[in-house]
Design a protein around this ligand. Structure first.
Ligand code: ADP
Ligand code: MG
Length: 315
């Protein structure tokens, strides 16, 4: 549930590392209850923006407010309301799973009973019950990530930052992580989530910012973003044989933005109003060309990224 309270306000943030401008007049607003996704390729400035917002990095220009207050390194009361799950796992190797979570929770919650309840709840959310006495080096990459999350959320923060929490984890842990984030959001937390995996962003984020080279390229809900681009329908049709002039003919039809054939499947990006699929089926029939299954697909965030930047997000 969102209401109108502004939780994060970033205005015109500029961050330079020597000559490299990592954030170039970056602004955003996050409202209570949102799951904001920062989507961008490696090096686009996602971690830098989070670390500036948290006052872990200094910046050259701009203004940052959290819960309506100016953020600064010494704002302990603000930090208590915030959870951070950093990109690189940061836990103590000499403490067990339980001791790690208890330690991080203890930084903000001194009451023993309350702390016990909070630690147990964090363990439940990331499903680490079977590993409480393990040391981190005994955990798989995915379980370590889940421990990293438990350490960041155990003090029940109202605002939580997740910086690429699913990189290089197994599918089971990945699902657990995404579900944990959605559960935390349902329980009331506002979330900032960074990733270069557009499927994840599409799955869990209510608001999305697409960024590259320190600048915001586009923002909105996934529906807003898809409306911004020309492609509105993607067609796929199984075609065992594709005469060379067929592709040329199709490419010249109005409403066809792109067409290619890979030896088995014909793929078209089209404008929806143009009813290209119907035309294509009639055309194939009139030429006595055999075809198999056909699909109409909605564009993905990758199509949005591709159309805005001219390159694939995975590059
Ligand atoms: P992302 O999190 O989206 O992968 P980063 O915020 O880590 O991107 O990096 C943004 C840009 O700043 C990149 O070009 C990166 O190489 C550069 N950068 C990040 N940290 C430093 C640093 N400590 N010193 C110099 N350059 C850095
Ligand atoms: Mg990063």
């Amino acid at each position: 549930m969102t209401n109108n309270q502004t939780i994060i306000k970033v205005i015109d943030l500029v961050k330079k590392y020597d000559k490299l401008t990592a954030l170039d007049h970056f602004s955003l607003t996050v409202k209570q209850g949102e799951v904001l996704g920062l989507l961008g390729p490696n090096g686009s400035g996602k971690s830098t923006s989070i670390n500036c917002i948290l006052s872990l990095l200094t910046y050259d220009q701009g203004e940052i407010q959290l819960f309506g207050e100016k953020m600064a390194p010494d704002k302990t009361e603000l930090k208590r309301r915030i959870g951070v799950v950093p990109q690189d796992v940061a836990v103590f190797e000499e403490l067990t799973v339980y001791e790690n979570i208890d330690y991080f929770c203890g930084l903000y919650i001194s009451n023993k009973d309350r702390r016990k309840t909070c630690v147990a709840e964090a363990i439940r959310i990331v499903q680490l019950e079977e590993f409480l006495n393990f040391y981190p080096k005994k955990l798989s990459g995915g379980l370590k990530r889940r421990l990293n999350i438990a350490c960041g959320i155990a003090h029940e923060p109202e605002l939580i930052f997740f910086d690429e929490p699913t990189v290089a984890v197994d599918p089971q842990s990945r699902n657990n992580i995404l579900e944990s984030i959605q559960e935390l959001n349902r329980k009331g937390a506002t979330i900032v989530y960074t990733s270069h995996y557009m499927e994840e962003i599409e799955q869990i984020c209510s608001e999305i910012i697409i960024m590259d080279k320190g600048s915001i390229l586009a923002s909105g809900t996934k529906e807003d973003l898809k409306r911004m681009i020309q492609t509105s329908e993607k067609l796929q049709i199984e075609l065992p044989l594709c005469p060379s002039d067929l592709l040329t003919t199709i490419k010249n039809w109005t409403g066809v933005l792109h067409a290619d054939y890979d030896g088995t499947t014909l793929r078209l990006d089209t404008l929806k109003e143009e009813k290209v699929l119907l035309k294509l089926l009639h055309h194939l029939e009139s030429k006595d060309l055999l075809f198999g299954d056909f699909y109409s697909l909605q564009p993905t965030l990758n199509d949005v990224f591709l159309e805005i930047t001219g390159k694939q997000l995975r590059d």
